[in-house]
Design a protein around this ligand. Structure first.
Ligand code: NAP
Length: 282
């Protein structure tokens, strides 16, 4: 099939430095033998270009979009329909084009609860005490996910008013980073800040002394693969969840929306791990 006639999905952002998502989707298309029908690309789209990109999606019948920073909220005003969960989260990371009708979804919350339920079992989040560090875009979906599954949530953020605003929406608690010692009481600690990546890659958002063996520590940061927070948690013999697990499961849910086929988790995980030259053990 001519590549222009393929059902095209695209990750958009400004900048878009996400080569991991195209790699994971294309690896699964190939393995399923549907790479002659589907292809997944990436494109830098500035906020000023978003409206014309949406016109292009309708005109050229582009099958799907994966929206990253800064488009997750702004894209909502151009869509025909928004899934109830995405409305509640207040952000869309997935757009599906059904014959010209554009519907928005949010799969980031599944990227949060699926790795946790893989460890705890279905329903295992109910009643668990979760300490979420950060109150930005990623935190919204993560907070919604754990609350949806019945966890007790406390949000810690540098800007306390942002933690409080998000906590108020979800009937959760809020605190500043000065209260971080209280994460000792949590069953699960989640980092949704950008601390641990880029020029902050040698920093952890939480002092290691507040982490213990009985806890699960989940870092949304996925570059580097092993963040300082996860290294500290491992040294305390806590159970860890890498950021690529979130990337994987928000991606498998998207895959199913785009293709109507069951996602190949193992193929998609290995494609992410290949980026870091790590072999999957599961
Ligand atoms: P964002 O909306 O810009 O929020 C950033 C958060 O980090 C805010 O809570 C901010 O606090 C906090 N923060 C930043 N610098 C800080 C510092 N020096 N000290 C203390 N707090 C600081 O970003 P986002 O979209 O939520 O993304 C956050 C992280 O999640 C990124 O690393 C991103 O790569 C990762 N992420 C991963 C996945 C995945 O699939 N694994 C998906 C989405 C995002 P203030 O409110 O005080 O500014």
């Amino acid at each position: 099939m001519n590549s222009l006639l393929k059902k095209q999905c695209m990750i958009i952002g400004d900048p878009v430095d996400h080569s991991l998502s195209p790699a994971m989707h294309n690896a699964a298309y190939k393995k399923l033998g549907i790479d002659n029908i589907f292809s997944f690309t990436k494109r830098k789209v500035t906020p000023n270009e978003l409206e014309s990109l949406i016109d292009e999606v309708r005109e050229n019948n582009i099958r799907g979009l994966t929206c990253t920073i800064p488009h997750k909220v702004e894209v909502m005003k151009y869509l025909d329909e928004i899934d109830l969960i995405a409305k509640k989260i207040g952000a869309v990371n997935t757009v599906v084009n059904e014959g010209g009708l554009l519907k928005g979804y949010n799969t980031d919350w599944l990227g949060t609860v699926t790795p946790l339920e893989n460890l705890l079992g279905k329903g295992g989040l109910k009643g668990k005490k979760v300490a979420l560090i950060g109150a930005g875009g990623a935190a919204r979906a993560m907070a919604f996910g754990v609350i949806q599954k019945g966890a007790k949530l406390k949000i810690y953020n540098r800007t306390v008013s942002k933690a409080k605003a998000l906590a108020d929406e979800l009937l959760a608690e809020a605190a500043g980073l000065g209260d971080l010692e209280k994460v000792c009481d949590a069953d699960i600690i989640i980092n949704s800040t950008s601390i641990g990546m880029g020029d902050k890659k040698n920093i952890s958002p939480i002092p290691a002394k507040f982490i213990s063996k009985s806890q699960i520590v989940f870092d949304a940061v996925y570059v580097p693969y092993e963040t300082k927070l996860l290294k500290d948690a491992e040294s305390k013999r806590a159970t860890i969840i890498h950021g690529i697990e979130m990337l994987l499961y928000q991606g498998t849910a998207q895959f199913e929306l785009y293709t109507n086929q069951t996602a190949l988790q193992d193929v998609m995980r290995q494609s992410l791990l290949d980026h870091f030259r790590i072999n999957a053990t599961t």
